[in-house]
Design a protein around this ligand. Structure first.
Ligand code: ATP
Ligand code: MG
Length: 574
């Protein structure tokens, strides 16, 4: 492509709305433009990268035996009513009506739809396993669309669904998909970790998330360096040492704690060394009903674990306002506790609290706490195994070593779904004994546009993007330093045609611009292999360099093709 003709509106300034490198650079490099919050236009250079990522995914999905479909984004309400997700998906679902007032959504995902497609068409165990996928635009009215392609309200996803005869066969399919995902993300050159994920909202028991490690990632990953344990912060089991369980239970005692608002204040006021003797009581509204959750005072509550236990969607869970707190406890915020709380609240107790002795909790009376409170004797509730959020310094639940925590971008995930969707949609097959069974399903997603953003996060510098060769929109850029010079033009053109003829994707910067502008753009858009045609064109000498390095070499133009081939061979691309 000749750049004099190319649509590539690069920006010199960093757009004010863009906070993270990938968002800034994709905008500045003229790859995407915003339409409205969370909705983007893919411009030619950006779309080329997206298509390359799609092709890599397609190749690996096909190789893993999955077959490509393309389903509609429009899905009728009835499909979602069957699974219960018309309600459960909540406000993230884009809903609309046709002219006859029939309700639809713009698909946020396609479990129900794919299941309904194969239902009645796949009848026998002999046709299984079946694995099918699509690469398609998804719609989610995210609460916080942000960071450009990272969290859009419209985005491209590869979603796959598998249908197996039983759990054992599902696990085999799951492993095949896991391996295919490893190949995809290896090919995309992402530095990633595979971690246990939460399955709450999707149904099913087992899931893994593929996390591209990045400090701007929205997810936190806890992982062990001594064993293979790794999980998202939503999922990670918390090992919590409760201290001396044999301690003698003392008599409850009300203490005046005026103006104490936080756990930290309380700890200092009571002169305690650690806050581990404190019980923290949090009031939530879950699907409109009040919940009091009691956890150790030095820890944070994991809202995903809470929502899962209560079987409500994350969007249905929120901290209660002051008015509710006052109604339940009779006291101002900050003095809520489990002893004598209104029966209106469902009382959940983290299992660790039941083993702690003589704890301090809110007194349900403004300015008062109660000391020496003991579970069983002074209050009871529903015991929940683990409501805690993992934190720095926690021990590995598998081997006991200290866990590490890092941020990641979830670029893909795999789920063992079981029969939730086949049962609700009524999708059955006949097994080898002629008995009707529900398909045992899995689903597998990759965020295509989010992966593009993740690549930019991992491959950029202060000058711009550094595309790995395999996904670069163009692989080679030839810059003509002075387009008024006939020799430079002629040699640039000759090289351009030669490389095109060899099947490479080449940009020719033949724009009538200052050379500084051309160099800046070439760095910004991140083309991996660069050839500069300048003053020595008359001697058939050009400059050869890579985006990844500051090294430049003057080479005979006739050797350029060879150098480029070497680069491709090194990357395993030829
Ligand atoms: P997240 O926790 O980030 O919201 P999710 O669990 O909702 O992700 P899935 O429903 O499993 O995501 O979707 C499959 C993949 O689609 C994700 O792994 C991610 O890469 C991508 N994805 C999900 N939501 C978005 C979004 N709003 N914008 C871009 N990509 C997304
Ligand atoms: Mg989501």
């Amino acid at each position: 492509m000749k750049m004099s003709k190319m649509y590539m509106p690069t920006l010199r300034e960093i757009p004010a709305e863009a906070e993270i490198p990938s968002h800034q650079l994709l905008l500045r490099a003229g790859m995407i433009r915003k339409l409205v919050s969370g909705v983007y236009t893919y411009l030619p250079l950006g779309y080329k990268v997206i298509r390359k990522v799609e092709e890599i995914i397609r190749k690996e999905m096909d190789a893993a035996g999955s077959q490509e479909f393309l389903l509609s984004a429009l899905q009728p309400r009835e499909l979602w009513e069957a699974s219960g997700r018309w309600k459960d998906f909540g406000p993230e679902m884009w809903r609309l009506m046709d002219r006859n007032e029939r309700e639809f959504c713009l698909g946020p995902t396609h479990e129900e739809y794919f299941t309904s497609v194969i239902k009645d068409e796949i009848k026998s165990y002999k046709q299984l396993p079946l694995n099918i996928y699509q690469i398609q635009t998804k719609y989610r009215d995210e609460k916080r669309p942000r960071f450009g392609l990272m969290r859009g309200r419209e985005f491209i996803m590869k979603d796959a669904y598998s249908f197996d005869v039983d759990e054992e066969a599902l696990v085999k399919t799951y492993d095949i998909m896991w391996e295919a995902y490893d190949r995809v993300f290896d090919c995309l050159k992402l530095n990633y970790k595979v971690v246990q994920g939460d399955t709450g909202a999707m149904g099913g028991k087992v899931s893994h998330e593929f996390m591209a490690m990045s400090e701007v990632g929205e997810a936190l990953v806890a992982y062990c360096q001594h064993c293979d344990y790794a999980a998202t912060d939503e999922k990670a089991d918390v090992v919590y040492n409760v201290g001396d369980e044999a301690e003698e239970e003392l008599a409850m005692e009300k203490v005046l704690t005026p103006d104490i608002k936080t756990i930290e204040d309380l700890k200092n006021f009571l002169g305690m060394e650690k806050s581990s003797k404190l019980g923290k009581a949090l009031v939530y509204m879950a699907a409109g009903k009040p919940i009091l959750a009691v956890i150790p005072g030095d820890r944070e509550l994991n809202e995903v674990k809470l929502a899962n236990y209560l079987k409500v969607g994350g969007f249905e869970l929120e901290l209660a306002d002051e008015e509710v707190i006052k109604r339940l406890s009779g006291a101002n915020k900050g003095f809520t506790g489990p002893v004598g709380i209104s029966k209106e609240a469902r009382l959940l107790v983290d299992s660790r609290i039941t083993k702690m002795k003589n704890i301090v909790v809110g007194g349900n009376e403004t300015d008062y706490h109660i000391k020496n409170v003991n579970y069983g004797r002074d209050f009871t509730g529903e015991i929940v195994e683990d409501l805690l959020l993992i934190e720095e310094g926690d021990k590995c639940p598998q081997c006991g070593e200290t866990l590490r925590m890092d941020r990641g971008i979830e670029v893909g995930n795999i789920f063992q779904l079981g029969t939730k969707y086949s049962e609700s949609i009524g999708a059955r097959f006949l097994d080898e004994n002629g008995k009707e069974k529900f398909f045992v399903m899995g689903s597998y997603g990759i965020g295509v546009t989010r992966s593009v953003a993740a690549i930019v996060e991992q491959y950029h510098d202060d000058k711009g993007i550094i595309w790995p060769l395999v996904v670069a929109p163009y692989q080679i850029i030839i810059t003509i330093v002075n387009t008024k010079n006939e020799e430079q033009l002629a040699l640039g053109d000759k090289l351009y045609n030669e490389l095109l003829g060899l099947g490479y994707e080449v940009l020719l910067d033949d724009r009538n611009e200052r050379v500084g502008v051309k160099f800046n753009d070439r760095d910004l858009i991140g083309i991996p292999i660069r050839v500069t045609v300048g003053k020595m064109a008359g001697e058939n000498i050009v400059e050869y360099s890579l985006r990844t390095s500051d090294d430049k070499s003057e080479v005979n133009a006739d050797t350029v093709a060879k150098l480029i081939l070497n680069e491709f061979v090194k990357e395993g691309l030829r």
